[in-house]
Design a protein around this ligand. Structure first.
Ligand SMILES: Nc1ncnc2c1ncn2[C@@H]1O[C@H](COP(=O)(O)OP(=O)(O)OP(=O)(O)O)[C@@H](O)[C@H]1O
Length: 279
């Protein structure tokens, strides 16, 4: 199940373009929520999207994985326009994009055991069904740091961090190209948050998955991201290599966001060093 991939941060600029948004806009009735969004995500990259509440982050993530349609513009996956009618009639490619939400309790069916939840995407995408599902579930449970006994538990019988691990296992079960992480650690306390971020970094390095990481917390985005996009009132006011956006914020709004951020803690610096070869 596991493949070898380039080390994170290496070769990102020469890697294939996985997802592109061109001039994407979204309106709900008269309310314009996203405007002129252009972005490119390469294979294996982590793109952090940061912005205050209501800036359009979740809407952007939902459009990226096809849960919402844009009102304007193009969305290309591996160079193919996913919005063209012929592509929309072929949902077979949808497994390539998965999502992990903030609220793990709401994201998991309360009647399903954790193993049942992990099986769900294989039912939705039979082409991704493994030859030996029980062994695959054991591997996934182990990969996300859960214990074998968690397989038969119901969501409410796990802690918030364990549930989020289960949601991550479900998301990687079909070996997607991209996972949109929408505030994946916002409802967790600081220690568990750091553990989940470490897990995400490890999975990315082992499996070469790309992430779009949505957060109002620039500290979280800074821990994981190669590239950062700053959304303000539906516009991408800054976009570029994480270090450039963080160290030389070109936009006044980004400077304002940065001014509210504490320096990374020792734990976070260690995390980044171990997974990204030092920053
Ligand atoms: N289905 C919808 N119908 C109408 N308006 C919507 C819908 N979804 C989102 N909006 C509006 O679009 C704007 C952006 O919402 P979105 O959830 O994308 O922002 P966000 O940056 O993710 O915010 P938060 O951090 O609070 O989740 C908000 O004004 C929201 O009320």
């Amino acid at each position: 199940m596991m493949m070898s991939h380039p080390t994170p941060g290496q070769g990102a600029s020469s890697a294939a373009e996985l997802l592109q948004m061109k001039n994407v806009g979204k309106s709900f009735g008269a309310l314009e929520v996203l405007r002129d969004i252009d972005l490119t995500l390469h294979k294996g990259e982590v793109l952090g999207i940061v912005g205050e509440s209501g800036s359009g982050k979740s809407t952007l993530g939902r459009i990226a994985i096809g849960l919402d349609l844009p009102s304007r513009g193009e969305v290309l996956l591996n160079g193919r326009d996913v919005l063209k009618p012929d592509a929309r009639e072929k949902p077979a490619e949808k497994w390539r994009m998965q999502m992990v939400f903030q609220d793990s309790l709401a994201a998991l069916d309360p009647r399903y055991t954790i193993a049942d939840s992990i099986r769900e995407p294989w039912v939705a995408f039979p082409g991704r069904h493994p030859a030996n599902p029980n062994a695959a579930i054991d591997d996934l449970i182990d990969a996300v740091g859960l214990k074998p006994e968690h397989k038969d538990r119901l969501p409410h019988q796990l802690s918030g961090g364990q549930r989020q691990r289960a949601c991550i296992a479900r998301a990687i079960a079909v070996e997607p190209d991209v996972i949109v992480l929408d505030e994946p650690t916002s409802s967790l306390d600081a220690t568990v948050q750091a553990q989940i971020l470490a897990l995400l970094l490890r999975l990315r390095s082992e499996r070469g998955i790309s992430y779009i990481l949505i957060s109002h917390d620039i500290g979280v985005v800074r821990t994981l991201s190669d590239k950062i996009g700053v959304l303000h009132k539906g516009r991408m006011v800054d976009f570029g290599a994480a270090e450039d956006v963080l160290n030389n914020p070109g936009n006044e709004y980004t400077q304002h966001l940065m001014s509210a951020v504490l320096p990374p803690s020792f734990a976070v610096r260690e995390l980044r060093r171990s997974f990204r070869g030092g920053l």
